[in-house]
Design a protein around this ligand. Structure first.
Ligand code: DC
Length: 237
């Protein structure tokens, strides 16, 4: 059986995960948040007291996992639209969203061995299900034959403001917009300029700039239009 796949790539804060989640619901597809996989590896490394720039030590962790000397088992579950992420059986859903883990995730994602380690999980998911996957290299590396590729982006300022509002809603205090803007700028640079699978639109991706969308619904509507053109037979709930 041939399954359909939708790749959503783009920079931090563009709203990829909201869009991918909403699309999966509308289409009845499985959602795979690939950023959560890198975040889980980032947390694993952090908890081993290894720095994000200690590449040799991080590679050793991966070798140990591959050779069954250690375990890095990552599991993503969904219940009623809520995602949970487990690392070696422990619920790490909250921890991986902390700010310092975002930086760790970006650091480990530069390492080809880490990317190779996570590649199989991602491809297997697409081999067995209709999927919506969001990340940085889904359309370029993981699923080069994806049926629909969307590169979701927005201005830096909009993305920083959305991140600010999201953290405010979560109850974070003493937020500083300029600091968030700086962090997002740095992550963009690191994700786009690394040699392993840098963030860039696939040649056949449709660019969707949602800077002018005030809510996720506007982005969803535009994405559905793109999908209907590429997959006219798909059933929308
Ligand atoms: O989407 P996110 O912010 O949760 O991703 C965390 C980090 O993981 C991000 O800085 C880049 C990296 N990442 C990646 O390199 N490739 C992916 N497919 C997904 C995420």
């Amino acid at each position: 059986m041939k399954f359909s796949s939708i790749a959503i790539d783009g920079p931090s804060g563009a709203g990829k995960s909201s869009l991918a989640k909403n699309l999966a619901k509308k289409l009845g597809f499985v959602y795979l948040d690939t950023g959560a996989l890198y975040r889980a590896v980032g947390l694993y490394v952090c908890e081993k007291n290894i720095g994000g720039s200690e590449t040799a030590k991080i590679e050793k962790c991966i070798d140990n996992a591959v050779n069954n000397i250690d375990k890095i088992d990552i599991e993503l579950t969904y219940t009623d639209g809520t995602q949970k992420v487990f690392l070696n059986g422990h619920d790490i859903s909250e921890k991986i969203r902390e700010n310092h883990i975002s930086k760790y995730a970006s650091d480990v994602s530069k390492i080809p061995k880490v990317r190779e380690f996570l590649l199989r999980t991602q491809r297997e998911s697409a081999d067995r299900n209709n999927v919506v996957m969001d990340g940085r290299d889904i359309g370029t590396v993981i699923l080069p034959d994806a049926d629909v590729k969307i590169f979701l982006t927005a201005s830096l300022e909009k993305r920083a403001k959305r991140r600010y509002d999201e953290l405010l809603e979560k109850g974070y205090k003493d937020l500083n917009y300029d600091k968030i803007l700086k962090e997002i700028t740095e992550r963009d640079e690191q994700d786009s300029n690394r040699s392993a699978a840098p963030l860039k639109p696939a040649q056949d991706a449709v660019i969707l700039d949602n800077s002018d969308c005030e809510s996720p619904d506007g982005t969803l509507e535009r994405a559905l239009k793109i999908i209907k053109e590429k997959l006219p037979y798909v059933c929308i709930r």
